[in-house]
Design a binder for this molecule. Structure first.
Ligand code: UDP
Ligand code: MG
Length: 328
Protein backbone atom coordinates (compact mmCIF):
# COMPACT_ATOMS: atom_id res chain seq x y z
CA UNK A 1 0.00 0.00 0.00
CA UNK A 2 2.78 2.43 0.90
CA UNK A 3 4.31 4.45 -1.89
CA UNK A 4 7.53 6.47 -1.65
CA UNK A 5 6.84 10.19 -1.93
CA UNK A 6 8.89 12.96 -3.45
CA UNK A 7 10.95 15.03 -1.00
CA UNK A 8 10.51 18.69 -0.16
CA UNK A 9 6.74 18.79 -0.19
CA UNK A 10 4.93 22.10 0.22
CA UNK A 11 3.62 22.18 3.78
CA UNK A 12 0.75 24.31 5.03
CA UNK A 13 0.15 24.58 8.76
CA UNK A 14 -3.52 25.42 9.36
CA UNK A 15 -4.39 27.16 12.63
CA UNK A 16 -7.96 28.22 13.56
CA UNK A 17 -7.94 31.34 15.75
CA UNK A 18 -10.77 32.71 17.86
CA UNK A 19 -9.90 35.73 20.02
CA UNK A 20 -6.24 34.78 20.11
CA UNK A 21 -4.59 38.23 20.14
CA UNK A 22 -2.68 37.33 23.29
CA UNK A 23 -0.93 34.33 21.79
CA UNK A 24 -0.50 35.13 18.08
CA UNK A 25 2.82 36.99 18.31
CA UNK A 26 4.55 34.32 20.38
CA UNK A 27 3.04 31.55 18.23
CA UNK A 28 4.34 33.32 15.13
CA UNK A 29 7.82 33.69 16.60
CA UNK A 30 8.06 29.99 17.44
CA UNK A 31 6.57 28.77 14.19
CA UNK A 32 8.78 31.05 12.12
CA UNK A 33 11.85 29.47 13.70
CA UNK A 34 10.42 26.03 13.05
CA UNK A 35 9.56 26.71 9.40
CA UNK A 36 13.00 28.19 8.73
CA UNK A 37 14.64 25.16 10.26
CA UNK A 38 12.50 22.72 8.27
CA UNK A 39 13.30 24.53 5.02
CA UNK A 40 17.01 24.66 5.87
CA UNK A 41 17.00 20.92 6.57
CA UNK A 42 15.34 20.42 3.17
CA UNK A 43 12.40 18.69 4.88
CA UNK A 44 9.87 21.00 3.21
CA UNK A 45 9.74 23.36 0.23
CA UNK A 46 10.36 27.06 0.78
CA UNK A 47 6.89 27.77 -0.60
CA UNK A 48 5.45 26.33 2.62
CA UNK A 49 3.25 28.52 4.80
CA UNK A 50 1.46 28.87 8.10
CA UNK A 51 -2.19 29.72 7.47
CA UNK A 52 -4.12 31.40 10.29
CA UNK A 53 -7.89 31.08 9.99
CA UNK A 54 -9.70 33.88 11.80
CA UNK A 55 -12.96 32.40 13.08
CA UNK A 56 -14.94 35.64 13.52
CA UNK A 57 -12.82 36.92 16.42
CA UNK A 58 -14.11 39.91 18.33
CA UNK A 59 -10.67 41.19 19.28
CA UNK A 60 -7.67 42.28 17.18
CA UNK A 61 -6.85 38.78 15.91
CA UNK A 62 -7.51 39.56 12.22
CA UNK A 63 -5.59 42.85 12.28
CA UNK A 64 -2.65 40.96 13.75
CA UNK A 65 -2.89 38.25 11.10
CA UNK A 66 -2.82 40.88 8.35
CA UNK A 67 0.16 42.55 9.94
CA UNK A 68 2.05 39.27 10.30
CA UNK A 69 1.21 38.39 6.70
CA UNK A 70 2.76 41.67 5.49
CA UNK A 71 5.91 41.29 7.55
CA UNK A 72 6.59 37.58 7.37
CA UNK A 73 7.24 35.42 4.37
CA UNK A 74 5.97 32.18 5.80
CA UNK A 75 2.64 33.48 7.07
CA UNK A 76 -0.72 33.92 5.44
CA UNK A 77 -4.34 34.18 6.55
CA UNK A 78 -7.97 33.41 5.92
CA UNK A 79 -10.91 35.29 7.45
CA UNK A 80 -14.33 33.70 7.92
CA UNK A 81 -17.40 35.92 7.64
CA UNK A 82 -18.38 35.12 11.25
CA UNK A 83 -17.71 32.71 14.08
CA UNK A 84 -18.49 29.16 12.97
CA UNK A 85 -16.71 27.17 15.67
CA UNK A 86 -13.38 25.39 15.75
CA UNK A 87 -14.29 22.40 13.54
CA UNK A 88 -15.78 24.50 10.75
CA UNK A 89 -12.89 26.98 10.85
CA UNK A 90 -10.44 24.10 10.66
CA UNK A 91 -12.28 22.50 7.74
CA UNK A 92 -12.31 25.85 5.90
CA UNK A 93 -8.55 26.12 6.38
CA UNK A 94 -7.93 22.55 5.23
CA UNK A 95 -10.05 22.95 2.10
CA UNK A 96 -8.28 26.16 1.07
CA UNK A 97 -4.78 24.97 2.02
CA UNK A 98 -5.04 21.75 0.00
CA UNK A 99 -5.19 23.79 -3.19
CA UNK A 100 -1.66 25.05 -2.59
CA UNK A 101 -0.05 22.35 -0.46
CA UNK A 102 1.14 18.75 -0.76
CA UNK A 103 0.73 18.19 2.98
CA UNK A 104 -1.21 20.02 5.66
CA UNK A 105 -0.69 19.97 9.42
CA UNK A 106 -3.50 21.27 11.65
CA UNK A 107 -2.89 22.59 15.16
CA UNK A 108 -4.21 25.08 17.73
CA UNK A 109 -3.11 28.68 18.08
CA UNK A 110 -2.00 28.25 21.69
CA UNK A 111 0.80 25.77 20.82
CA UNK A 112 -0.37 23.33 23.48
CA UNK A 113 0.60 20.68 20.98
CA UNK A 114 4.38 20.41 20.80
CA UNK A 115 5.50 21.85 17.45
CA UNK A 116 8.65 19.72 17.55
CA UNK A 117 6.47 16.71 16.72
CA UNK A 118 6.13 18.19 13.21
CA UNK A 119 9.56 16.90 12.19
CA UNK A 120 8.59 13.32 12.88
CA UNK A 121 5.19 13.76 11.25
CA UNK A 122 6.86 14.92 8.05
CA UNK A 123 9.35 12.07 8.22
CA UNK A 124 6.50 9.59 8.51
CA UNK A 125 4.80 11.17 5.52
CA UNK A 126 7.92 10.62 3.41
CA UNK A 127 7.92 7.00 4.58
CA UNK A 128 4.60 6.64 2.78
CA UNK A 129 1.90 7.55 5.30
CA UNK A 130 -1.02 9.68 4.17
CA UNK A 131 -2.19 10.53 7.69
CA UNK A 132 -0.03 11.00 10.77
CA UNK A 133 -1.97 11.42 14.03
CA UNK A 134 -0.49 13.42 16.90
CA UNK A 135 -1.22 11.54 20.12
CA UNK A 136 -0.79 12.89 23.64
CA UNK A 137 1.62 10.62 25.48
CA UNK A 138 0.31 11.75 28.85
CA UNK A 139 -2.02 14.33 30.29
CA UNK A 140 0.06 15.21 33.31
CA UNK A 141 -0.45 18.91 32.72
CA UNK A 142 -4.22 18.71 32.35
CA UNK A 143 -6.37 19.07 35.43
CA UNK A 144 -7.62 15.79 36.91
CA UNK A 145 -11.15 16.67 35.83
CA UNK A 146 -10.14 17.38 32.22
CA UNK A 147 -8.05 14.22 32.07
CA UNK A 148 -10.82 11.97 33.41
CA UNK A 149 -13.56 13.43 31.25
CA UNK A 150 -11.42 13.44 28.12
CA UNK A 151 -10.10 9.91 28.49
CA UNK A 152 -13.52 8.65 29.53
CA UNK A 153 -14.90 10.22 26.36
CA UNK A 154 -12.43 8.41 24.07
CA UNK A 155 -13.21 5.08 25.75
CA UNK A 156 -16.95 5.69 25.53
CA UNK A 157 -16.68 6.60 21.84
CA UNK A 158 -14.83 3.36 21.14
CA UNK A 159 -17.53 1.41 23.04
CA UNK A 160 -20.13 3.12 20.85
CA UNK A 161 -18.37 1.65 17.83
CA UNK A 162 -16.72 4.86 16.61
CA UNK A 163 -13.26 4.31 15.17
CA UNK A 164 -11.16 7.07 16.75
CA UNK A 165 -7.50 7.25 17.73
CA UNK A 166 -7.16 7.29 21.53
CA UNK A 167 -6.00 10.68 22.90
CA UNK A 168 -5.70 12.22 19.44
CA UNK A 169 -7.29 15.63 19.01
CA UNK A 170 -6.88 17.70 15.87
CA UNK A 171 -3.09 17.83 15.68
CA UNK A 172 -2.37 15.80 12.56
CA UNK A 173 -0.67 15.70 9.20
CA UNK A 174 -2.70 14.82 6.12
CA UNK A 175 -1.72 14.50 2.49
CA UNK A 176 -3.40 16.41 -0.30
CA UNK A 177 -5.22 13.32 -1.57
CA UNK A 178 -6.74 12.61 1.84
CA UNK A 179 -8.09 16.18 1.92
CA UNK A 180 -9.42 15.79 -1.59
CA UNK A 181 -11.40 12.77 -0.37
CA UNK A 182 -12.47 14.60 2.79
CA UNK A 183 -14.24 17.07 0.52
CA UNK A 184 -16.67 14.28 -0.44
CA UNK A 185 -17.92 14.03 3.14
CA UNK A 186 -20.74 16.54 3.03
CA UNK A 187 -21.98 16.27 6.60
CA UNK A 188 -22.74 19.47 8.49
CA UNK A 189 -22.21 18.17 12.05
CA UNK A 190 -18.45 17.97 11.95
CA UNK A 191 -16.35 15.71 14.11
CA UNK A 192 -13.14 15.71 12.11
CA UNK A 193 -11.12 13.36 14.28
CA UNK A 194 -13.70 10.65 13.60
CA UNK A 195 -13.70 11.25 9.84
CA UNK A 196 -10.04 10.69 9.01
CA UNK A 197 -10.02 7.05 10.16
CA UNK A 198 -13.04 6.53 7.86
CA UNK A 199 -11.03 7.81 4.88
CA UNK A 200 -8.34 5.20 5.46
CA UNK A 201 -4.94 4.92 3.69
CA UNK A 202 -1.68 4.18 5.51
CA UNK A 203 -1.40 6.07 8.76
CA UNK A 204 0.91 6.30 11.73
CA UNK A 205 1.05 8.11 15.07
CA UNK A 206 3.55 10.46 16.68
CA UNK A 207 3.57 10.87 20.48
CA UNK A 208 4.10 14.21 22.19
CA UNK A 209 3.66 15.92 25.55
CA UNK A 210 0.82 18.39 25.71
CA UNK A 211 1.72 21.73 27.34
CA UNK A 212 -0.37 24.25 29.16
CA UNK A 213 -1.81 27.24 27.31
CA UNK A 214 0.90 29.93 27.65
CA UNK A 215 -1.51 32.87 27.47
CA UNK A 216 -5.22 33.60 27.13
CA UNK A 217 -8.12 31.37 28.15
CA UNK A 218 -9.49 28.14 26.76
CA UNK A 219 -12.11 28.76 24.07
CA UNK A 220 -13.64 25.38 24.93
CA UNK A 221 -15.60 25.76 28.16
CA UNK A 222 -17.25 22.67 29.64
CA UNK A 223 -20.57 23.36 27.92
CA UNK A 224 -18.96 23.47 24.46
CA UNK A 225 -16.92 20.37 25.29
CA UNK A 226 -20.02 18.39 26.25
CA UNK A 227 -21.91 19.41 23.15
CA UNK A 228 -18.87 18.50 21.04
CA UNK A 229 -18.70 15.06 22.65
CA UNK A 230 -22.42 14.55 22.09
CA UNK A 231 -21.99 15.58 18.45
CA UNK A 232 -19.19 13.05 18.09
CA UNK A 233 -21.38 10.21 19.30
CA UNK A 234 -24.54 11.13 17.46
CA UNK A 235 -22.69 11.88 14.22
CA UNK A 236 -20.96 8.53 14.11
CA UNK A 237 -23.01 5.92 15.85
CA UNK A 238 -26.50 4.47 15.61
CA UNK A 239 -25.88 2.35 18.71
CA UNK A 240 -28.10 4.55 20.91
CA UNK A 241 -31.05 3.84 18.57
CA UNK A 242 -30.24 0.16 18.48
CA UNK A 243 -30.29 0.13 22.27
CA UNK A 244 -33.97 1.13 22.21
CA UNK A 245 -34.78 -2.03 20.25
CA UNK A 246 -32.81 -4.19 22.69
CA UNK A 247 -34.63 -2.66 25.65
CA UNK A 248 -37.93 -3.22 23.83
CA UNK A 249 -37.17 -6.91 23.34
CA UNK A 250 -36.12 -7.21 26.97
CA UNK A 251 -39.32 -5.61 28.31
CA UNK A 252 -41.42 -7.78 26.00
CA UNK A 253 -39.78 -10.96 27.31
CA UNK A 254 -40.25 -9.77 30.90
CA UNK A 255 -43.92 -9.06 30.15
CA UNK A 256 -44.46 -12.70 29.13
CA UNK A 257 -42.88 -13.84 32.40
CA UNK A 258 -45.16 -11.43 34.30
CA UNK A 259 -48.15 -12.83 32.42
CA UNK A 260 -47.32 -16.37 33.52
CA UNK A 261 -46.58 -15.20 37.07
CA UNK A 262 -49.82 -13.27 37.49
CA UNK A 263 -51.89 -16.14 36.05
CA UNK A 264 -50.31 -18.50 38.59
CA UNK A 265 -50.99 -16.03 41.42
CA UNK A 266 -54.61 -15.69 40.20
CA UNK A 267 -55.14 -19.45 39.98
CA UNK A 268 -53.84 -19.79 43.53
CA UNK A 269 -56.54 -17.28 44.43
CA UNK A 270 -54.29 -14.70 46.13
CA UNK A 271 -55.49 -11.66 44.18
CA UNK A 272 -58.11 -8.97 44.27
CA UNK A 273 -60.39 -8.82 41.17
CA UNK A 274 -58.91 -6.86 38.25
CA UNK A 275 -55.27 -7.08 39.43
CA UNK A 276 -54.19 -9.69 36.87
CA UNK A 277 -55.70 -7.74 33.99
CA UNK A 278 -54.06 -4.43 34.97
CA UNK A 279 -50.59 -5.89 35.60
CA UNK A 280 -50.61 -7.86 32.32
CA UNK A 281 -51.87 -4.85 30.35
CA UNK A 282 -49.20 -2.50 31.73
CA UNK A 283 -46.32 -4.80 30.88
CA UNK A 284 -47.50 -6.00 27.51
CA UNK A 285 -48.42 -2.53 26.29
CA UNK A 286 -45.12 -1.06 27.51
CA UNK A 287 -43.18 -3.89 25.88
CA UNK A 288 -45.01 -3.51 22.56
CA UNK A 289 -44.49 0.26 22.59
CA UNK A 290 -40.79 0.00 23.21
CA UNK A 291 -40.49 -2.71 20.57
CA UNK A 292 -42.30 -0.54 18.00
CA UNK A 293 -40.13 2.46 18.84
CA UNK A 294 -37.06 0.31 18.36
CA UNK A 295 -38.27 -0.87 14.94
CA UNK A 296 -39.01 2.71 13.88
CA UNK A 297 -35.57 3.62 15.23
CA UNK A 298 -33.93 1.03 13.00
CA UNK A 299 -35.42 2.75 9.97
CA UNK A 300 -34.44 6.19 11.25
CA UNK A 301 -30.91 4.86 11.73
CA UNK A 302 -30.90 3.81 8.07
CA UNK A 303 -32.23 7.21 6.95
CA UNK A 304 -29.57 8.90 9.05
CA UNK A 305 -26.83 6.93 7.35
CA UNK A 306 -28.29 7.57 3.90
CA UNK A 307 -28.61 11.32 4.42
CA UNK A 308 -24.94 11.56 5.27
CA UNK A 309 -24.21 10.20 1.79
CA UNK A 310 -20.68 9.34 2.81
CA UNK A 311 -18.47 7.73 0.17
CA UNK A 312 -18.91 3.95 0.23
CA UNK A 313 -15.28 3.25 -0.66
CA UNK A 314 -12.09 4.98 -1.65
CA UNK A 315 -9.60 3.38 -4.03
CA UNK A 316 -6.00 3.73 -2.88
CA UNK A 317 -4.28 2.34 -5.98
CA UNK A 318 -5.39 1.20 -9.40
CA UNK A 319 -2.80 -0.87 -11.23
CA UNK A 320 -4.55 -0.43 -14.59
CA UNK A 321 -3.84 3.30 -14.42
CA UNK A 322 -0.36 2.83 -13.01
CA UNK A 323 0.60 0.46 -15.85
CA UNK A 324 -0.67 3.01 -18.38
CA UNK A 325 1.45 5.76 -16.78
CA UNK A 326 4.51 3.53 -16.89
CA UNK A 327 4.12 2.84 -20.60
CA UNK A 328 3.89 6.52 -21.40
N1 UDP B 1 -11.25 28.09 18.19
C1 UDP B 1 -11.90 28.54 17.03
N2 UDP B 1 -13.24 28.85 17.10
C2 UDP B 1 -13.98 28.73 18.25
C3 UDP B 1 -13.32 28.23 19.40
C4 UDP B 1 -11.97 27.91 19.34
O1 UDP B 1 -11.28 28.67 15.98
O2 UDP B 1 -15.17 29.03 18.22
C5 UDP B 1 -9.81 27.75 18.12
C6 UDP B 1 -8.92 28.43 19.15
O3 UDP B 1 -8.54 29.70 18.71
C7 UDP B 1 -7.76 27.47 19.25
C8 UDP B 1 -8.40 26.12 19.01
O4 UDP B 1 -9.67 26.38 18.41
O5 UDP B 1 -6.77 27.69 18.25
C9 UDP B 1 -8.56 25.29 20.28
O6 UDP B 1 -9.17 26.06 21.30
P1 UDP B 1 -8.64 26.05 22.80
O7 UDP B 1 -7.14 26.01 22.81
O8 UDP B 1 -9.25 27.20 23.51
O9 UDP B 1 -9.24 24.68 23.34
P2 UDP B 1 -8.61 23.70 24.47
O10 UDP B 1 -7.17 23.49 24.10
O11 UDP B 1 -8.77 24.42 25.76
O12 UDP B 1 -9.42 22.44 24.37
MG1 MG C 1 -5.80 24.90 23.73
Amino acid sequence: MKKEVKKQAILYVVIPCYNEEEVLMETTRQLKEKMEKLVKDKAISKESKVMYVNDGSKDKTWELIEEINKKENFFTGLCLSRNRGHQNALLAGLMVAKEYADIVISMDADLQDDINAMDEMIKKYYQGNDIVYGVRSSRKKDTLFKRMTAEGFYKFMQKMGVDIVFNHADYRLTSKRVLNYLENYKEVNLFLRGMFPLIGFSSDVVYYERNERFAGESKYPLKKMLSFAWDGITSFSVKPIKMVLSIGILIFVVSILILVYSLVVKLLGNTVPGWTFIICSIWIVAGLEMLSLGIIGEYIGKIYNETKARPRFIIARNLVEEDKDERR
